[in-house]
Write a protein that binds this ligand. Structure first.
Ligand code: SF4
Length: 167
């Protein structure tokens, strides 16, 4: 399997709690005005990496809290993202997934390849497009106030949005 990525940050402390490995998936169709990562939009850009090579480069240490899938739009490569997510969970690490889709949009697309698996494997989903008129630098882990940070499993179980940090 091949994944197309824009890059990896092995030592992020800003894309979720604790020390995290962030995978920036290449390709995004949301085209949010004011996006900070427009170089990730081109689905043919970035670099192609074999999944086995990608996994071999991960630095799994006791200091690592988890992984974050960012972008770009991880759900454009949902099947490969889900494969990596299975590896992350097999290591007992938590997984945050950023997406420009809203939770309600994701729930209408569960039959698409990889969507259901990726959503079920995620612990937290940071959802919604970046809206520069709602930009708020005081918000943790998101750029604009329309974006919500959801507990994925509780939201699935309760069939409603359950916000991270509020349960
Ligand atoms: S979803 Fe994220 S990467 Fe895609 S255009 Fe919006 S802000 Fe940029």
């Amino acid at each position: 399997m091949i994944v197309r990525i824009a890059g990896i940050n092995h030592e992020s402390v800003t894309d979720g709690p604790g020390l995290r490995t962030v995978i920036f998936f290449q390709g995004c169709h949301h085209a949010c005005p004011g996006c900070h990562n427009p170089q990730t939009w081109d689905a043919a850009g970035g670099e192609e990496v074999a999944l086995n090579d990608l996994i071999r480069c991960f630095r799994i240490t006791p200091l690592l809290s988890g992984f974050t899938f960012s972008g770009g739009e991880p759900f454009l490569q949902a099947e490969t993202a889900a494969y990596i997510a299975e590896y992350v969970k097999s290591k007992g690490l938590n997984l945050w997934v950023y997406t420009g889709h809203t939770w309600e949009q994701l729930m209408t697309r569960l039959i698409e390849p990889g969507f259901q698996d990726l959503i079920h494997l995620a612990d937290v989903i940071v959802e919604g497009p970046y809206q520069q008129e709602l930009r708020d630098l005081s918000l943790p882990y998101r750029g604009s106030s329309n974006q919500r940070i959801l507990l994925a499993k509780a939201s699935l179980r309760q069939k409603r949005v359950v916000l991270w940090g509020k349960s």
